[in-house]
Design a binder for this molecule. Structure first.
Ligand code: ATP
Ligand code: MG
Length: 395
């Protein structure tokens, strides 16, 4: 079927009506935002592996609280940002830009004064031009600056829900870690109300890295960990999405899709999209699902894996090892188990295979099991499995 009619959105934020699952996380976040509307400052950390749906969850909750709780939302994307000042600059710039069609816009313009300029053809967008001393002031006086900003929002909205997304580049910054801690302390000791809920979004290993920099941060955040979707959630996702596109999949087809997507939304969209393109009519056939999954493996490998890992996995010398790797998705395995399944010739290349995959970071040694290996994340585990199935089908 045509790519334009595909209900899947690989690589893009999910439209609100296709958002699946995450009810407990949504409720917790709503509770936090609600508390902030009563003047209690809240700060949370949404963690989970790549492609699990962190940004989508944050965006979904923002949509809900803007509509149901009379809250102003602001989603700041900090991908690539490595220092605190740039983070602060982007945050205030985003708050300003997102206010353009809101009733508190004029108050913000007044607040930022001559630091705001109109840019772009026809002056359609605003730019916040901050000088070095402004940035320094923002860093040192973040809490009072934020209070002023919240005051100008106050007559229109009950609180601000500020999403600091993709802080991965900042996690190694000591000044960011210390700033976060002292900001939270300053608010807590001031005894004044603060109608603000901050949501920091990043990988779990980055949260750990932040804590290493500033150990008290461990107890500062309310932690919201995102787990993979359950198989039922993946099946709902597929049956709703195909139905929305006017197509249908059998129960068996849904089971097979759920097995390959393994609860990882980013894979679910890629696989769904590939199956959609492969299908010749609105009733999705079994062989179209298998064909779609093979195509998806190619796309996913190129898009989501490190290119060196991808090319090592595709190396001809490992095809036959992959063919024997697994009957089902596994997160860890033992060398001896795999070795047993191999021919003499394959056994000879096994150690080379394990060494290469480990040195590239596609596999890690399992410290708790002798001769044990594990995948660093779900994406790699599922990809190895897809590749293994693909090689078998080729045979
Ligand atoms: N609850 C959901 N329902 C439907 N689709 C979702 C859901 N969560 C995520 N997705 C889809 O999965 C993909 C990855 O989601 P998202 O970008 O939110 O993940 P992420 O955890 O923020 O990833 P990264 O770590 O790369 O920033 C997107 O295509 C998105 O549309
Ligand atoms: Mg994200």
């Amino acid at each position: 079927m045509t790519p334009e009619s595909s209900p899947f959105r690989p690589g893009q934020p999910v439209p609100i009506e296709f958002f699946v699952g995450r009810s407990p996380e949504i409720e917790r976040l709503r509770g936090m935002v609600n508390a902030s509307t009563q003047g209690r400052f809240k700060i949370g950390f949404v963690s989970g592996e790549r492609g699990i749906g962190k940004s989508s969850l944050a965006a979904f909750v923002r949509h809900l609280v803007e509509h149901d709780h009379d809250v102003a939302g602001c989603h700041v994307f900090l991908g690539g940002v490595q220092d605190l000042r740039e983070m602060l600059r982007r945050t205030f710039d985003r708050i300003l830009k997102e206010s353009i069609d809101k009733p508190w816009h004029q108050q913000l313009i007044t607040l930022f004064g001559d630091r705001v300029s109109k840019v772009g053809l026809f002056g359609v967008t605003l730019e916040l031009n901050l000088e070095e001393r402004d940035m320094l002031a923002m860093e040192r006086h973040f809490v009072p600056s934020m209070r002023r900003l919240l005051e100008s929002l106050g007559e229109h909205k009950k609180s601000l829900f500020l999403i600091l997304d993709d802080i991965n580049g900042l996690a190694g910054s000591e000044s960011f870690a210390n700033w976060l801690k002292s900001t939270v302390d300053e608010i807590a000791t001031s005894q004044q109300e603060m109608r603000l809920c901050i949501l920091v979004v990043g990988l779990e290993e980055r949260r750990q890295e932040l804590i290493e920099k500033q150990s008290s941060l461990a107890r500062v955040f309310e932690l919201i960990e995102i787990a993979p979707w359950s198989d039922d959630e993946v099946r709902w996702f597929y049956s709703d999405s195909f139905r929305a596109g006017g197509a249908e999949v059998s129960q068996e087809g849904l089971d097979s899709l759920a097995r390959f997507a393994g609860g990882l939304p980013v894979l679910a969209h890629e696989i769904g999209d590939a199956v959609w393109r492969t299908a010749r009519g609105p009733t999705i056939e079994k062989n179209e699902i298998s064909e779609g999954i093979s195509t998806a493996a190619e796309v996913i490998g190129r898009k989501l894996l490190n290119p060196q890992i991808f090319s090592a996995i595709r190396s001809k010398s490992y095809h036959s090892i992959f063919r024997k790797m697994a009957d089902e998705p596994k997160t860890h395995f033992r060398r001896a188990e795999l070795r047993e399944l191999l021919t003499d010739a394959e056994k000879k290349s096994l150690d080379n295979f394990l060494r290469r995959m480990t040195s590239l970071g596609a596999l890690e040694k399992d410290p708790e099991v002798r001769g044990g290996y594990r995948f660093p994340n779900l994406l790699h585990a599922l990809y190895f499995w897809m590749e293994s199935q693909r090689r078998r089908r080729e045979k």
